[in-house]
Design a protein around this ligand. Structure first.
Ligand SMILES: [Zn+2]
Length: 217
């Protein structure tokens, strides 16, 4: 690490709702928590950020708000295609809380997202229609970060869109994706997401390798 570098870690949606037992559980979601805690504690990051899906109870991404639709159907929200999700990560419920083992006390900034019932927000940086930004990009730019590593749940949704937006909205910042400190839903979609990130200049790296040989950078 050179003196000029300022490294940030973005932990995407490591919440009860996306872990086994949650309302939108991703298989193995909880398995990444020890790896992420290792990243948090290894001292290589100057800035640690966590995003938190934080929906009102009547959020338009919920199938429950669309009579006749079943969960995981494709539907529409504000005229745009939208996956019909089960009710998840509703503000103030245990489902929306961070995984209890995640070392959230060492997180410097929490970015909530998905508050507007009329649009979904996979990315921690802006809504899916790209009309409204969350403020995270401005905050990271104000910190003067040079490098951003992204991990979390789910790889092919909130992690991918956060990483792609980081690359686009943080000019000159090196963005990388932690493959083993992330979990996704569908294996084919995960592979496609990794390829899409790589094509956008976001390499996949492994947290395990970093823990084993501190530090390869
Ligand atoms: Zn959501």
């Amino acid at each position: 690490m050179t003196a000029k570098q300022k490294r940030a870690l973005l932990i995407v949606d490591v919440q009860n709702g996306f872990c086994p037992g949650g309302n939108l559980a991703v298989e193995g979601g909880h398995e990444i928590v020890p790896l992420i805690n290792g990243l948090i504690r290894n001292g290589e990051y100057d800035v640690i950020v966590a995003s938190q899906d934080w929906h009102p109870a009547d959020h338009g991404s919920f199938a429950s708000q669309h009579p006749g639709k079943n969960v995981f159907d494709m539907g529409e929200l504000s005229g745009k295609p939208q996956v019909m999700w089960p009710d998840h990560c509703v503000q103030g419920t245990p489902d929306a809380e961070f995984h209890p083992d995640l070392d959230i006390a060492k997180v410097h900034y929490i970015q909530q997202k998905g508050l507007n019932p009329l649009v979904d927000s996979y990315s921690a940086f802006r809504d899916n229609d790209q009309a409204a930004v969350t403020g995270l990009a401005d905050w990271l730019i104000a910190q003067g970060i040079t490098d951003l590593d992204v991990c979390g749940i789910a790889t092919e949704y909130c992690v991918k869109f956060s990483a792609l937006d980081a690359k686009e909205m943080l000019p000159g910042v090196n963005v990388r994706f932690f493959e083993d400190a992330s979990r996704g839903i569908d294996p084919a979609a995960i592979s496609a997401a990794i390829a899409e990130m790589e094509a956008a200049g976001i390499p996949s790296i492994q947290a395990k390798a970093i823990h084993e040989n501190r530090m390869p950078w």
